[in-house]
Design a protein around this ligand. Structure first.
Ligand code: TYD
Ligand code: MG
Length: 463
């Protein structure tokens, strides 16, 4: 007897089972198994076709790219769309995905390319209304509100091939090749597969919008992330106007570049110099803030790190961090305790990266440590100084990459000194004061020296 096709599919991770169960063994989620069509029936067996096998060495062409004209978007994709590639854009509802993509489509159309925007969520009138608000109505973007993949492919196969096709969103699309309800994993995977084939066949660049679940994953079809060429995520704090576009996967470019936008009443504005934006509302002269000279991709980025160390009211002190790695905070706290004589037990510790930015670099260790000690000792840090350097478990400050770029950006923004690892000494631009830190304890002692009298005891090694 032929094995029966598996037909219960987890809506979270896409694992398939022959029979229903309450819990998915693969991802551990409850109540996510749904019966879906038994998949393609086994075709009549056919002989395999013989194809040509090529050598790794051979003539190559640079992937042909189309710059969209939205510079921050192109920075993240690595210089523009690659023909025939498919890109998935994820993000929370209301973050501005549709706004970004209608702007990108309009920029493409203005360059004389055919750009098509298919919305499965909004009516044409709604999309048009948004475009009107954004002042894009003069761009020759072609609009449609459709959800059937077959209809979309049939329509687009007539006339010149589009350079750019935007599908908003992949969760609303369905293909009749798959027997499952729209919105199910099988259906989303099927629809994405069809669109990927369309892109490869016609050379159009396709952008799929993907919804994100509460825990930040692109909803349902993790599988789609493996199928597409690039996955971008559009992030930001709902209450703040900054939006950050980040590449999570990119077959044709870097994954460490970020694009920065500002949501305004008239759409998304590109922010060419994000440091200015992230430092625009600095709280000068109060303890607990340090400016970190960071690097995102190839671009230096200055951002304020804020710390608050306050006596705890509960048995277990709180450690809360926004925009940075919680493990990294624990490590810096442990090093400060073990090697610098700062006792955080009995204190709540809060750390925040201003502006809703998320930092991943270990180079932020020194800035975080400075902010923490500054808050603890109630000693404001100099307003004209930036900090960077990685802290090792031994309490030493280790060098980081691209010191020169960090320092140059700091100087450009009016800073005059930097507290940096020893190795960065040679990189100082003219007219810039560098203080190098040997062990972290030296920095702690220097900050605590200016602190409130009650806190002066820190920095002294009590043995
Ligand atoms: P939208 O692009 O519809 O988000 P998504 O497609 O990711 O769900 O953006 C919706 C939000 O953006 C909405 O809350 C209002 C805000 N917005 C502005 O602030 N200014 C604008 O010009 C536009 C078009 C939207
Ligand atoms: Mg939308």
């Amino acid at each position: 007897m032929a094995a029966r096709a598996q037909s219960f599919v987890c809506q979270n991770c896409g694992a398939a089972y022959p029979r229903w169960a309450g819990r998915c063994d693969a991802c551990g989620d409850w109540n996510t198994l749904i019966e879906e069509g038994a998949g393609a029936s086994p075709r009549a067996t056919r002989k395999g076709r013989v194809f040509v096998i090529e050598a790794l060495k051979g003539e190559t062409h640079e992937a042909p790219r189309l710059a969209s004209g939205v510079a921050e978007f192109d920075r993240v994709t690595g210089g523009g769309f690659v023909r025939g590639s498919v890109l998935l854009l994820g993000g929370d509802p209301g973050i501005g995905k549709s706004t970004l993509l209608i702007e990108v489509a309009a920029a493409c159309a203005r360059k004389g390319r055919r750009a098509v925007y298919i919305s499965g969520e909004e009516a044409v009138a709604q999309v048009r209304l948004r475009a009107e608000r954004l002042g894009l109505t003069d761009a020759a973007v072609e609009l449609a509100a459709e959800t059937s993949i077959e209809d979309i492919v049939a329509t687009l196969s007539r006339g010149p091939m589009p350079s750019l096709l935007v599908i908003d969103s992949i969760q609303t699309m369905w293909t009749q090749n798959v027997e499952a309800a729209p919105g199910t994993v099988t259906q989303v995977r099927g629809a994405a597969g069809e669109l990927i084939r369309f892109a490869k066949r016609t050379g159009a660049a396709v952008i799929l919008v993907g919804h994100v679940t509460k825990d930040g994953q692109i909803a349902g079809p993790r599988v789609v992330e493996h199928m597409v060429d690039a996955v971008l995520s559009f992030e930001g704090e709902g209450s703040q106007q900054f939006r950050i576009l980040r590449a999570m996967k990119n077959r044709f470019g870097p994954t460490d570049e970020i694009g920065v936008f500002e949501m305004t009443g008239a759409g998304l504005r590109e922010v060419a110099n994000p440091s200015e934006l992230f430092l625009s509302e600095r709280d000068l002269g109060s303890p607990g803030t340090a400016v970190f000279a960071g690097i995102e991709g190839t671009r230096p980025l200055l951002v304020e790190i804020q710390a608050l160390v306050a006596p705890t009211n509960f048995g277990t002190p709180r450690r809360a961090v926004v925009g940075w790695d919680a493990n990294r905070l624990s490590m810096v706290l442990a090093v400060l305790e073990a090697h610098c004589g700062v006792r955080f037990s009995g204190h709540d510790v809060y750390l925040n990266v201003a502006g809703g930015l998320r930092i991943q670099e270990p180079a932020a260790d020194v800035a975080a440590a400075a902010a923490l000690v500054s808050s603890f000792a109630r000693a404001p840090l100099p307003a004209d100084a930036v900090y960077f350097g990685e802290v090792s478990l031994s309490g030493a400050v280790r060098p980081v990459a691209q010191s020169a770029a960090r320092l140059k950006e700091a100087q450009k923004l009016g800073f005059t000194r930097a507290i940096v690892p020893e190795a960065a000494r040679a990189e100082a631009p003219e007219g810039f004061t560098l203080s190098t830190v040997g062990p972290l304890a030296n920095l702690v002692a220097a900050i605590a020296k200016d602190g409130a009298p009650t806190a002066r005891r820190i920095g002294r090694q009590d043995t």
